[in-house]
Design a protein around this ligand. Structure first.
Ligand SMILES: NC(=O)c1ccc[n+]([C@@H]2O[C@H](COP(=O)([O-])OP(=O)(O)OC[C@H]3O[C@@H](n4cnc5c(N)ncnc54)[C@H](O)[C@@H]3O)[C@@H](O)[C@H]2O)c1
Length: 299
């Protein structure tokens, strides 16, 4: 079997980025969402992004014309029936993802490969709802998809080598470097290393070891990281951080992922980072950092 077409479910941040790179790589690509506004916004974002690449001389107008000719959108999930690879990128909910995979089985060709872009849910758990867990795989892209080079290919307990080889070729065609996650372990590679680091930064703050800016400066200059943990968390969103940590903690019961109370309270209070104008730093309307958020009552 050869993968020539890609159907993407969920036209949010990740789904639209995946559609953009897929169409650009020459795959027949269709983007599906239950929300027509999400589809409209996704097409607008994709066109803007292509135009920026042209302005920077990284793509030609001819290349984006070809990419756009490969790309279409739909509000009908039944359109997945003709496609070789399905990539699911809806909200991070086991129930929703399992419902979609169950539906896909009744719609798709028997040899179609089902991939999920989940950050934290076990592939094996999503695959268990289907009758073909050998054809279910994790394809974990990073945001922003058109710029970030990495894809984690995650093997569930029953994922076949053929499935892994097929999606590895797709990731390579998308211009990505893929790494194989051999065991379906919470956090895969990147989040498994990264979330305990964020957790420890939060504990370093709550235990009064150092202040926000000192920790960020320490990590940047001492470890050579481009951003400190609080700058990074403010950019990603503390709700996303909390949900990922909590999902892995629930799955693995490993304390390295136990969300600190401060993180939970930030989410309760809607202090989510740049997107709400307020995290550990304060931001203006344009998202520029304007100072440290000294009003936070650190638990
Ligand atoms: N945001 C990130 O940085 C990031 C990085 C890697 C992986 N992920 C994972 O990717 C997935 C998507 O994340 P996102 O940030 O793009 O989310 P998002 O909220 O931007 O988009 C989700 C989209 O799914 C759509 N949707 C919901 N239910 C649907 C259904 N039944 N059928 C079709 N579409 C449906 C919504 O309308 C929305 O457009 C999640 O599993 C997330 O954990 C996110």
């Amino acid at each position: 079997m050869e993968i020539k077409s890609v159907f993407i479910i969920g036209a949010g941040l990740m789904g639209s980025g995946i559609a953009q790179v897929s169409a650009q790589a020459g795959y027949k690509t269709k983007l599906f969402d239950v929300n027509p506004q999400a589809l409209e916004a996704a097409m607008g974002n994709i066109k803007n992004s292509y135009n920026k690449f042209v302005a920077k001389g990284k793509l030609t107008q001819e290349q984006i014309d070809k990419a756009l000719a490969n790309l279409s959108v739909t509000s009908q999930m039944d359109d997945a029936s003709e496609f070789d690879l399905i990539i699911e990128a809806v909200f991070e909910s086991v129930e929703l993802k399992q419902k979609i995979f169950k539906q896909l089985e009744t719609i798709c060709k028997h040899d179609a490969i089902f991939a999920t872009n989940t950050s934290a849910i076990a592939i094996t758990k999503i695959a268990s709802i289907t009758k073909k867990p050998d054809k279910v795989v994790g394809l974990h892209f990073f945001s922003p998809v058109p710029l970030m080079k990495l894809v984690e290919i995650v093997s569930g307990v029953k994922t076949s080598q053929e499935t892994i080889d097929l999606v590895a070729k797709v990731a390579s065609d998308f211009g990505k470097t893929s790494v194989l996650v051999k065991k379906d372990f919470g956090g895969f590679i990147v989040n498994r290393v990264y979330l305990p680091y964020i957790r420890m930064a939060l504990l370093t703050l709550t235990e009064g070891v150092a202040d926000v800016e000192e920790i960020d400066i320490g990590v940047k200059l001492g470890l050579g990281y481009p951003m400190g943990p609080f700058e990074l968390g403010d950019m990603v969103g503390w709700d996303i951080m909390y949900n990922a940590m909590n999902a892995i903690y629930k799955d693995t019961e490993d304390n390295a992922f136990a969300p600190p109370l401060l993180l939970k309270r930030l989410v309760d209070a809607g202090v989510l980072g740049k997107k709400t104008g307020e995290g550990f730093y304060l931001y203006d309307d344009k998202g520029q950092k304007i100072g440290v958020n000294n009003d936070l009552a650190i638990i």
